[in-house]
Ligand binder design. Structure first.
Ligand code: NI
Length: 175
């Protein structure tokens, strides 16, 4: 397993729409293993393949709390079958591609999901609480959407400007 570099905003690669996976095979499982390793090392609770520069519809997640056994979950070609926006859930979201920025977002509290698992088996699941919030955040990545795309332009511009400035500083230090 290899820890891969996580792409941070602003970056055109994060705006790509990810392509469906044709087959869950050993190569894809190797990618999912790398993604999980990368996510744990960050550390984070969810990661989409596009965040390491692979525009495929693959997401890894682990919502176990600190001190609990790890519970890695893999979602290949996830599809939302139904979503109920009569009830919303507010959560202060963050993203490994938007370091050191957190903002409260409202998303539908429940959704029903279909996906392929690590073995390529079809699964359906009702999602609520953290899982509902997280899967919607990660599925946005598959469409090239970041959580900061849901906040005001003023706040988004401010955070992107800071990230760009930090990147230039790092590049200067390396030069
Ligand atoms: Ni994210």
């Amino acid at each position: 397993m290899t820890i891969r570099a996580i792409i941070t905003a602003p970056d055109k690669r994060l705006k790509q729409v990810s392509k469906p996976v044709e087959k869950v095979d050993d190569a894809l499982r190797a990618l999912m293993d790398d993604m999980l390793e990368t996510m744990y090392a960050a550390p984070g609770i969810g990661l989409a393949a596009v965040q390491i520069g692979v525009p495929k519809r693959v997401i890894v997640m682990d919502l176990a709390r600190e001190g609990e056994e790890p519970e890695p979950v893999y979602f290949v070609n996830p599809e939302i079958l139904s979503i109920d926006d009569s009830e919303l859930r507010v959560y202060e979201e963050g993203c490994l591609s938007v370091p050191d920025f957190y903002e409260e977002l409202e998303r539908p509290a429940k959704c029903r999901l279909r996906y392929l698992d690590y073995q390529g088996e079809i699964r359906e699941q009702d999602c609520e609480e953290m899982l509902a919030t997280c899967i919607q955040h990660e599925m946005d990545h598959l469409e090239g959407v970041l959580f900061i795309d849901h906040i005001s332009k003023l706040k988004r511009d401010r955070v992107l400007k800071r990230l760009l400035k930090e990147r230039r500083l790092r590049e200067k230090e390396l030069a």
